[in-house]
Design a protein around this ligand. Structure first.
Ligand code: 57M
Length: 359
């Protein structure tokens, strides 16, 4: 909005020219989203406490988690508000990619909202059924996939880190692929969100890396130089990524151990969906496996554990899945598990950035 309001005045007021630059607006968006969450956080926590929107903790998990019963949850609503306000303020609003990012964030946030509120309102309710959740996630992701597919600039070629000349064309199957990436990413972040700051930290790292890649993918010269697929207009997604970085950093202020609030499914599903959609739009889907490696490992640990459990009639690979619980059960203190996972996440991000020069 600021771009549309202020940039046209730059012929008279030269300094307003700065609103032309994606870099400047991305920084503005990051700081705005961070400020919204940090400033409104105490009010939000107090309101959630007053409304008794507290976490219902399962009693079959690590014993230390029982103390988390009643911690205010659904902080994802604050994250989404910061992302939406930050994006509307700082991004160009004539950009389809920005609207798709906002759409998936709000749509998946809505799914999480229904799920969370059911769990909180009715004790012993498991929220939305797994199937119901999945169907809604597929509907939302399909709308994004179809919007990309019918866009005049659609290119169904995949791109891979390291193998820059390998570019198979998926054609219409790209829509199915988009659904797999968005739904998978959303659920993987959701599974990871089980310790204070565990999902928030790697989400900041992922969004920061995608901020850089979105900027490059939307830049004719730089994308060509780095042999990245050029996606016209995708640079604006850097602004959207900035709001995710800012909102999650702000949230971490309260979500760091010992957490004063959790994000709930409303936060985890929407952030994961947004990361998946960004990866699809800028055609860096496989990069998400590297930069979001923590989410991938968490999801794999569940698949392996459940598969092995069924095959062997009750034997386990990990002491408990998702595998952050495994380390807790081994006696690691919660912040130690979280910070070590962050370290791995940062290393993976550096590796992801290195793929720009490795081919
Ligand atoms: C949700 N939710 C947390 C919070 C957060 C298939 C199966 C493996 C699914 C999995 C599952 O349900 N995962 C998704 C994980 C929950 O957090 C809430 O949920 C939101 C995210 N969706 O924002 O609102 C609990 O996580 C802790 N937490 C923190 N700090 C945070 O910042 O400490 C969350 C955020 C909170 C809090 O304790 O209550 C969750 O873990 O429930 N299921 C599981 O994860 C279960 N695993 C399991 O059953 N494993 C089995 C195998 C055979 C499937 C096994 O290994 O034996 C565990 N979850 C829990 N207890 N709570 C098992 C025990």
């Amino acid at each position: 909005m600021l771009y549309h309001l202020l940039f046209p005045l730059s012929s008279d007021l030269n300094f307003l020219n700065v609103f032309r630059y994606i870099t400047f607006r991305s920084i503005g968006a990051t700081v705005t989203a961070l400020a919204i969450v940090v400033l409104l956080g105490p009010w939000f926590i107090a309101t959630m406490k007053r409304l008794q929107v507290g976490q219902v903790v399962r009693d079959d998990g690590p014993a230390s988690h029982l103390a988390k019963q009643g911690v205010p949850t659904m902080g994802g609503m604050l994250i989404i508000a910061a992302i939406v306000i930050g994006t509307l303020l700082w991004a160009r609003l004539d950009n389809l990619w920005v609207w798709l990012g906002l759409f998936i964030t709000i749509f998946y946030g809505g799914i999480g909202f229904i799920d969370d509120s059911r769990k909180i309102r009715k004790k012993n309710s498991k929220g939305l059924s797994a199937r119901g959740k999945l169907v809604l996630q597929i509907v939302g992701a399909s709308l994004v996939g179809v919007a990309i597919f019918i866009h005049p600039g659609f290119d169904g070629h995949l791109s891979f880190p390291f193998f820059k000349n390998l570019r198979p064309d998926l054609g219409w199957f790209y829509v199915v692929f988009a659904v797999l990436v968005i739904v998978g990413s959303s659920n993987a972040v959701n599974l990871t969100d089980g310790l204070d700051g565990l999902a928030t930290g790697p989400t900041v790292v992922c969004a920061a890396v995608y901020l850089v890649f979105a900027y490059l993918a939307g830049h004719v010269v730089l994308s060509e130089y780095l042999q990245l697929p050029y996606v016209a207009g995708s640079g604006e997604l850097a602004v959207f990524c900035g709001t995710i970085v800012g909102a999650c950093l702000g949230f971490l202020w309260f979500n760091a151990y010992p957490a004063q609030m959790f994000m709930g499914d409303v936060g985890a599903l929407s952030l994961g969906g947004a990361l998946g959609a960004i990866a699809i739009i800028i055609k860096q889907e496989f990069l998400l496996v590297i930069v979001g490696g923590i989410f991938v490992m968490e999801a794999l640990s569940v698949i392996m554990q459940v598969g092995y459990f069924k095959l062997t009639n009750g034997k386990r690979i990990f002491l408990m899945a998702p595998f952050h619980h495994h380390f807790e059960k081994k006696g690691w203190h919660e912040p130690k598990v979280v910070v070590r996972f962050w370290i791995v996440s940062i290393l993976l991000a550096l590796f992801a950035i290195a793929t720009l020069k490795l081919r």
